[in-house]
Design a protein around this ligand. Structure first.
Ligand code: NAP
Length: 254
């Protein structure tokens, strides 16, 4: 079997379900040893790890709330210990996937909405990228892949202003950071999903018909379709792709 990511450590934030779980499974199938990070669902993370191992892959679950400085520190420390310490001091592939959204009119935004969106969707992405870049620059190879959103480039419906602000920030950060790290052997890219059927965005939810109408393929995306784009960016042959945000959005932004 062709496993281009053998002997690479991959960390996928927020991978106990949804898009993150599919990314973890796909990178493990491609040979990476994968840290399955989660904040609140140990059983789900364990199920993701079990499924990866059953398929012959390597994975370990790590609980850590990446929206906090302590959580990020604990996550990196646990990654160093994982897999018997085999990857101590390394981090080859970072997928910043964990994210949150609170739909609703801006004038009715709840107390703490800015912190909840920006601490997780933006600050965690920046701080974990910083730690990853330090490690990757030592070995001269790395992949930082940020899961933004089609809402990070276009705004087809109201009620998402704070989330959109956070995802535009991820889009800009991805492109700007690529300029600094490219010469060090580290690529920084993003994947911007359109509507994908997960608990965050169920295809039978109230906004679904409007979202589907904005795509040209006429449906919600599937988590493996996002994971496929991440696997492309993680592949050693993608070394010449840098500062790119790939829209996997069913034609939403065309
Ligand atoms: P989801 O179904 O809500 O899953 C979110 C994942 O993140 C879960 O595994 C959750 O695990 C974890 N998580 C939440 N808060 C965390 C924290 N503070 N620290 C660590 N892990 C945390 O979301 P999704 O739909 O798969 O979305 C994944 C990413 O894609 C997000 O960045 C989202 O903005 C983006 N996206 C999604 C869509 C879509 O249509 N689904 C579209 C565009 C972009 P626990 O519950 O265990 O904490």
């Amino acid at each position: 079997m062709n496993q281009p990511l053998t002997n690479k450590l991959a960390l996928v934030t927020g991978s106990s379900r949804g898009i993150g779980a599919a990314i973890a499974a796909r990178l493990a199938a491609d040979g990476a040893s994968v840290i399955v990070n989660y904040a609140a669902s140990p059983q789900r993370a364990a199920a993701v790890v079990d499924a990866i191992r059953k398929d012959g892959g390597a994975a370990e679950a790590v609980q850590a709330d990446v929206s906090t400085a302590e959580g990020r520190k604990a996550l990196i420390a646990a990654s160093d210990q994982a897999f018997g310490g085999k990857f101590d001091g390394r981090l080859d592939i970072l997928v910043n996937n964990a994210g949150t959204v609170e739909f609703g009119p801006f004038l009715e935004a709840k107390e703490g909405a800015y912190e909840r969106h920006f601490d997780l969707n933006v600050r965690a992405v920046m701080e974990l990228s910083h730690e990853a870049a330090k490690r990757m620059s030592k070995v001269g190879w790395g992949r930082i892949i940020n899961i933004g959103s089609a809402f990070g480039e276009g705004v087809p419906l109201p009620g998402v202003a704070i989330y959109v602000g956070s995802k535009f920030a991820v889009n800009g950060f991805t492109r700007a950071l690529s300029r600094e790290l490219g010469a060090l052997g580290i690529t920084v890219n993003g994947v911007q999903p359109g509507p994908v059927n997960t608990e965050m965005s169920p295809e039978d939810g109230p906004h679904a018909p409007l979202m589907i109408s904005r795509t040209s393929v006429g449906r919600f995306g599937r988590v493996h379709e996002i994971a496929h784009a991440v696997a492309f960016l993680a592949h050693p042959h993608a070394a010449f792709v840098n500062g790119e945000n790939i829209n996997v959005d069913g034609g939403w932004l065309a």
